[in-house]
Structure formats: structure tokens, C-alpha cells
Design a binder for this molecule. Structure first.
Ligand code: 1CP
Length: 347
């Protein structure tokens, strides 16, 4: 594999010193770039792009070329895991994912299985193509959804503001919720190992719906599975846990073997650091809507963020994925402000 020319993000994740803070954006591949839409519009839909390794690699590399980020994230979706387990999804234009079959009772388990990681071969091929195209310019991040967030989609069948069917299962059939998350966890662990085998340099686990639980439920229904994933993978590559909305569980996340904890924009950096302790790297956390402001304002908020996190053990990012109608020039201001910022290391 090509030697990395820019390994800032890996050093920051490991807690080593860096010349400047590294930066990337959640959901940077796709969404905001006209170059992405050109590729996407030439195809039958989202799934064709995800399942065509050459094209997935092309859109993975676009933000590195166009925006100048310090890492690429493989173009895929967290929903490929439930699909490999037996629940196929459809990506409905302008609406989002939809699962014709869901899990609501014991009987529905007949439709699913722990997936053979080879079923996701197209992802590993996309990783190999991406690494060849990157040629060591920046590291490549692999990812998966957290078992709890995947359960939300498998039970609910689509996006939701409340995921009340998933929460209902936790109270009515906690045994089924655990059985399902056990299967998701096993699938996810072998899937992430296969991504590392294919060459990704680091991993992120997205628990996008963590914030619909409280601390006790999160500890009982998400943490054990995140722990298993972190324990199995973090000796191979640095692993980031991003539990959106779960500021109340940063201390629990910090007790796992992950290297980095993602911080959403609602959580003050000083609070996150106090909860996480001194060892972990923190990632985040600019409010994505700041990127709708004018350039001066974007730079001001970005510098405030950099100063709040400090010069070490920080990977700059937004507090959640970049919104689709964000102007790429504004993203560029965010990135360039970070790249040109010099921390006062005497403070
Ligand atoms: O092409 C299209 O127009 C479809 C839009 C799209 C894209 C570009 C979806 C549908 N998924 C993706 C790619 C994707 N998804 C990436 C890789 C590239 C990137 O954008 O950088 C990643 C990392 C994801 C992860 C993902 N998918 C998450 C976790 C991160 C987060 O934003 O919280 C979640 C929750 C999903 C589910 C999903 N996929 C797509 C949509 C619209 C949704 C959300 C559905 C909902 O509202 O519940």
C-alpha cells in the first residue's frame, strides 16, 4: 500500500502531536458537490452508485480533490448491513430509506441472519479502488452504523423523528431487542474487520439515534454492543464512536477502547473533555448551520471551536453531517480556516 503523505488525522486520533489540527466532514462524500450529483444523476439511483466500486471510489475521492480535507470516508451507507442480513432497503428519492420488511416479532427473525461479510464485497472493492486512486494522499475512513441505530431502521422500516416502534420494542420485548442487536453486532464486527483487511486506516461507528434514549437505557441497550465492536477492532486501527445526542454518555463511551469520541454541536467542548478525561481524542463539533453564515462569521465560529478544543487530541469536523444545500465555498472557508490556524502552544 502507498505510504501516507498526510497522516495528521491518524496521529491526532492516537493522541500524538500534530503540526495543525486535521479536518474532515461527516457526509462530505456526496450531497453538496455538483461533481457528485453529475455522477449520481447518470445512474439508476443511490444503490447503483454504492454497489459500483469504481464510481463509489470516484465520489469518495472528490472531497479530497475539491475541498482539501485530511481524510476520505468510503462512499456507502450504514443500511448495507441490514440488507446483508436479509432486510433489503429502497432509497426513495427525496424521502430516504424504506424497508419493505421489518422486525417486530419473534417470527420476523426467520427473515434475517448474521451476514457473511463476503456479501458486502462491493464495499471492499470500492475501498481498494479508492486506495489506488488516493495513492497515499490522505487516510481512508471505513464505517458502520451502531447496532442500536441499525435496530431503529430494522424495526421502524424508515427514518422517523421519534423511532417510537424501536423504543416500544425495548420496553415490550427487551429480549428481542438484545437478540437483534447481538446479530447486528456480529455482522458489523466481521464487516469492519473486512474493511480493515481491504485497507481502511481508521473506522467510525455512527450511533445517529443515540439521543432518543436516556443514559440508563443507552448503557443497557447500546453500550455493550459498542464495547464489543471497539474491543474487537481498536487494536487494529483507531476507532471513533459518534453517538449523536448522547452527551450524557460521553463518560461511558470514554470507558471503551475507542480512540476518538465524536461530539455533536449541542455539547460544549469543555464539557466533553471533562466527561471524556484527558486521554481520548475528541472530534467535532461546529453546528452545520454555521456554514449558512457569511465567510467572516464562519471563520469566527471555526476559530472559537479550535480554541475550545485546543491543539492536541482534536479532529475538526461538524457536529453532524453537512446539510445537502450547503455551499461548497462555505465548506472551503471552514476547512481553510482550520488549515491556516496556528495554535498558541504557549498557553
Ligand atoms: O444519493 C442520494 O441522494 C441519497 C442520499 C444518501 C447518501 C449520499 C443517503 C441516504 N446515504 C448517503 C451516503 C452515506 N450515508 C455516507 C457516505 C458518504 C457521505 O455522505 O459522506 C455515510 C457515512 C452515511 C451514513 C448514514 N446513513 C447515517 C449515519 C450518519 C448520519 O448522518 O447520522 C445514517 C443515519 C444513514 C441513513 C440514511 N441514508 C440516507 C438517508 C437520507 C439516511 C437518513 C434517513 C433518516 O432520516 O433516518
Amino acid at each position: 500500500m502507498a505510504e501516507l503523505k498526510n497522516d495528521l488525522i491518524l496521529r491526532a486520533a492516537k493522541g500524538q502531536s500534530v503540526e495543525r489540527t486535521p479536518v474532515w466532514l461527516m457526509r462530505q462524500a456526496g450531497r453538496i458537490l455538483p461533481e457528485y450529483r453529475a455522477v449520481r444523476n447518470s445512474l439508476s439511483g443511490f444503490k447503483e452508485l454504492v454497489e459500483t466500486p469504481e464510481l463509489a471510489a470516484e465520489v469518495t475521492i472528490q472531497p479530497v480533490d475539491i475541498l482539501g480535507v485530511d481524510a476520505a470516508i468510503i462512499f456507502s451507507d450504514i443500511l448495507v448491513v441490514p440488507e446483508a442480513m436479509g432486510l433489503t432497503y429502497e432509497m426513495v428519492e427525496k424521502k430516504g430509506p424504506w424497508f419493505p420488511k421489518t422486525i417486530s416479532s419473534e417470527n420476523d427473525f426467520a427473515n434475517i441472519r448474521v451476514a457473511d461479510p463476503n456479501e458486502l464485497d462491493y464495499v471492499y472493492k470500492a475501498i481498494e479502488h479508492t486506495l489506488a486512486g488516493l495513492n497515499g494522499r490522505v487516510p481512508l475512513i471505513g464505517f458502520a452504523g451502531a447496532p442500536f441505530t441499525i435496530l431503529c431502521y430494522m424495526v421502524e422500516g424508515s427514518g422517523s423523528k421519534t423511532f417510537s416502534k424501536a423504543r416500544k420494542m425495548i420496553f415490550q420485548r427487551p429480549d428481542l431487542a438484545h437478540k437483534l442487536m447481538d446479530m447486528i453486532t456480529e455482522t458489523t464486527i466481521s464487516y469492519l474487520h473486512a474493511q480493515v483487511d481491504a485497507g481502511v486506516h481508521m473506522l467510525q461507528v455512527f450511533d445517529s439515534w443515540a439521543g432518543i434514549l436516556d443514559k440508563d437505557l443507552y448503557k443497557a441497550f447500546s453500550m455493550p454492543y459498542l464495547e464489543r465492536i471497539a474491543d474487537s477492532l481498536s487494536s487494529r486501527v483507531p476507532l471513533t464512536l459518534f453517538a449523536k445526542g448522547a452527551h450524557f454518555s460521553i463518560d461511558d463511551l470514554a470507558s471503551t477502547s475507542c480512540r476518538t469520541i465524536g461530539v455533536d454541536w449541542n455539547t460544549p467542548p469543555a464539557y466533553a473533555r471533562a466527561q471524556a478525561g484527558p486521554d481520548k481524542t475528541l472530534q467535532g463539533n461546529l453546528d452545520p448551520t454555521v456554514l449558512y453564515a457569511d465567510g467572516k462569521e464562519i471563520a469566527k465560529h471555526t476559530i472559537k471551536m479550535l480554541e475550545s478544543f485546543g491543539s492536541e487530541k482534536h479532529i475538526a469536523n461538524l457536529g453532524h453531517g453537512v446539510y445537502p444545500d450547503t455551499n461548497p465555498d462555505s465548506v472551503k472557508i471552514f476547512i481553510d480556516t482550520i488549515k491556516s490556524y496556528e495554535h498558541d502552544k504557549n498557553q
